[in-house]
Design a protein around this ligand. Structure first.
Ligand SMILES: C[S@@+](CC[C@H](N)C(=O)[O-])C[C@H]1O[C@@H](n2cnc3c(N)ncnc32)[C@H](O)[C@@H]1O
Length: 276
């Protein structure tokens, strides 16, 4: 069935308002226009013929699958292995060694929020694996979260396209990936050691749901948020961080960070320490 639906600008406005209210995703009309075709494809998938019917199912029937499909349609999931990898090197050379203690194996909890389809989280794991003895000295837990359920499923599968793995050094590609048809399958023991959850960063009580972290990576998500939502996220990260924990941001995410609550650790690296 081809979609004969052609969403008008006022219908897109209604969806933008709905998304803001129910998922925290704030999209200006201009931005939602970019996802028009993907939203119209949901009508085909759910065999819905009119906007009124679609909107009714969202608002009054609160169809979870429809809400998730709409959410998935408006997220920008661009990611790849080894993206801004200097931060991963800083992590293994300078941050993780601070947790090492003689005679014990301290637990270190790392959150990747958002993780999209897993490339960033797995890149961090491969850097840790390659750093030799860190894994014997630390009990590292890796958790990735993203609002887009289709990305979480992809992350759990651990199969990647050529485009995704393009920047992985050849030696490590041979060591950790197996070519399966057109795809690269990440070593199963690495995939099994990672935890992924579908979570909206604007959900309430995330501390209760996920506990506290020593290290948080949040790269290339905050740039899509307005100033108020961005501040809200910084507060959420602050509440999820243990005392003295480290926050890694993407190069475009850090502006307007509250310097009274986060101290810059290293110039040029967009890496911050939580100040209590
Ligand atoms: C451009 S990707 C960045 C992925 C990865 N951090 C990187 O830098 O390569 C942005 C991700 O943010 C996720 N996202 C957007 N809004 C979110 C929210 N409210 N809660 C959790 N994840 C969200 C999207 O689903 C998308 O996968």
């Amino acid at each position: 069935m081809d979609s004969s639906v052609d969403l008008t600008s006022s219908e897109l406005d209604k969806l933008a308002e709905y998304l803001q209210k129910h998922t925290g995703i704030h999209l200006e009309k201009k931005k939602l226009q970019r996802f028009k075709r993907k939203i119209e494809a949901i009508f085909v998938k759910h065999k819905i013929a009119t906007f009124n019917d679609f909107y009714h199912q969202l608002r009054f029937l609160a169809s979870e699958e429809l809400i998730q499909d709409l959410t998935n349609a408006v997220t920008v999931n661009e990611t790849y292995f080894w993206r801004e990898h200097q931060q991963f090197e800083l992590l293994v050379k300078e941050i993780l060694p601070l947790y090492v203690r003689e005679g014990s194996t301290p637990k270190v909890r790392i959150l990747v929020s958002p993780c999209s389809s897993g490339e960033e989280l797995y890149s961090i794991m491969l850097h840790i694996l390659e750093a030799g003895s860190l894994l014997e000295k630390l009990n590292i837990e890796m958790i990735g979260i993203d609002i887009d359920s289709s990305m979480i499923e992809k992350a759990k599968r651990g199969f990647y396209s050529q485009r995704s793995i393009d920047k992985v050094p050849k030696k490590l590609l041979e060591k950790y990936f197996k070519k399966v048809g057109a795809f690269y399958q990440l070593e199963r023991s690495v995939v099994k050691a990672a935890h992924f959850m579908q979570v909206n960063i604007f959900e309430k009580d995330l501390e209760k749901k996920m506990g506290h972290f020593d290290i948080i990576f949040s790269r290339n998500m905050l740039i899509y948020f307005n100033a108020a939502d961005k501040q809200h996220c910084f507060e959420t990260f602050h509440s999820l961080m243990k005392e003295g924990a480290t926050l890694f941001l993407g190069h475009a995410d850090a502006n307007n960070i509250d310097k009274k609550r986060f101290k810059l650790l290293k110039n040029g690296f967009h890496v911050f320490e939580k100040i209590v």
